[in-house]
Design a protein around this ligand. Structure first.
Ligand SMILES: *Cc1c(COP(=O)(O)O)cnc(C)c1O
Length: 378
């Protein structure tokens, strides 16, 4: 049998493995006619809350909405400052700006790629109200340090957990908890390529705080306290019943998916670590990396050459992220001469992500590794 084509993510093979379960679940929703807020939505929220050990899970339409709803729930005022990384997907900073708050970009740790607590601390001002760390590529930010800074300056912490669902964070005292449940609010996305992906858009907000949970529920539902009584300005953000039914099934397999991603990462690590020009992903001792991405740093600026070489062999790769948020046009006027983020700039110029997902087999992994070695003449 010829090798299956290699993809960055392979949601189709993943679907085929559980096709009858998924098809039945979708057809149950169609037959129920409860397309909005059907039974599967509440069931999914309950199952996810027990998986994460968090008191409240509020499903919503996507991960960007989840961030917006979380920020709206904190009653921040226009001009309030929110510290967040620049080396990440645009959503986090975009929503801050959308709500007329001020994104203050902090640099990242060169090893974990996550927000650097020491740099966060330097950027706290009397206007700072919140920190939004992103657990990038499936690895937790240094949460104990971030929570300490938040305590010291009385700040909120929202964790953007879109890339790290299932990641376990180990506190220095030995307690282990899921990322997304460590700060005041956590958010996630069920975009199809995420570790827990729907077959469409989806997202969720988590919290252990009863008051915040009530507010978040209202905001996601037109600020409604009871039907047709609207107490605050909210939005309309729901998880479709069909997506919830799909996620209910996929959640059962999430630990298997994480295991498969970690196994693929182990394979890459073992075979790529001997290449001197490559730095394999760092694994912070304080967490279980769930490898949403497998991201290398190239010592020399051979990145674009490697990418072209791999593409010619049928091996996709991606640059996450080529332009950091503070360099995006939408933020240029505000940051042009003021922001210095050397690690972020360096990473944007030197990282490359290899295919990683739950369906990579050893033949594919071997093929990828052999071609990377060929490129470096090893
Ligand atoms: C995917 C992602 C989002 C946005 O999720 P959507 O569901 O696409 O809106 C937000 N933050 C991070 C870090 C992401 O990776």
């Amino acid at each position: 049998m010829p090798m299956r084509p290699i993809q960055m993510v392979d949601t189709l093979t993943q679907y085929h493995r559980i096709k009858s379960e998924i098809d039945n679940a979708i057809s149950d929703v169609l037959e129920s006619a409860a397309y909005i807020n059907g039974k599967a939505v509440g069931e999914f929220a309950e199952r996810l809350s027990s998986y994460l050990h968090v008191k409240h899970v509020i499903p919503c339409a996507n991960g960007t909405d989840a961030l917006q709803i979380a920020m709206m729930a904190l009653d921040l005022k226009p001009g309030d400052e929110v510290i967040t990384p620049s080396f990440t997907f645009i959503s986090t900073a975009e929503v801050i700006a959308l709500l007329r708050l001020k994104p203050v970009f902090a640099d990242v740790d060169p090893k974990t790629f996550c927000i650097d607590p020491a740099d966060v601390k330097k950027r706290v001002t009397p206007k700072t109200r919140a920190i939004i760390p992103v657990h990038l590529f499936g690895q937790a930010a240094a949460m104990q340090e971030i929570l300490d800074i938040a305590d010291q300056f009385n700040l909120f912490v929202i964790e953007d957990n879109a890339q790290a669902i299932g990641c376990d964070y180990l506190f220095p005292g030995g307690e282990s908890r899921k990322t997304g449940t460590l700060g005041h609010i956590g958010t996630t996305s069920f975009y199809p390529s995420k570790n827990l992906g729907a077959f469409g858009d989806g997202g969720a907000v988590f919290t252990n705080d009863d008051m915040l949970a009530q507010k978040i529920r209202m905001i996601a539902n037109h600020g409604q306290s009871r039907r047709y009584y609207h107490d605050i300005v909210g939005c309309n953000s729901r998880l479709d019943t069909i997506q919830a039914a799909i996620l209910n099934i996929k959640l059962k397999y999430l630990e298997n998916y994480i295991h498969a991603r970690r196994t693929a990462a182990d394979y890459y690590d073992e075979r790529l670590k001997e290449i001197p020009e490559i730095q394999i992903p760092y694994r912070a001792p304080y967490c279980r990396h769930v490898f949403h991405q497998y991201t290398l740093i190239l010592q020399y600026s051979k990145r674009d050459e490697l990418q072209q070489y791999l593409a010619a062999q049928g091996i996709p790769s991606m640059i996450y992220y080529p332009v950091p948020c503070h360099r995006q046009k939408m933020f240029l006027s505000q940051n042009e001469n003021t922001v210095s983020l050397p690690v972020t700039e360096q990473l944007a110029a030197s990282v490359i992500s290899l295919p990683i997902h739950s369906e990579l087999d050893e033949e594919q992994l071997e093929y990828i590794v052999i071609h990377i070695k060929n490129f470096f003449k090893i």
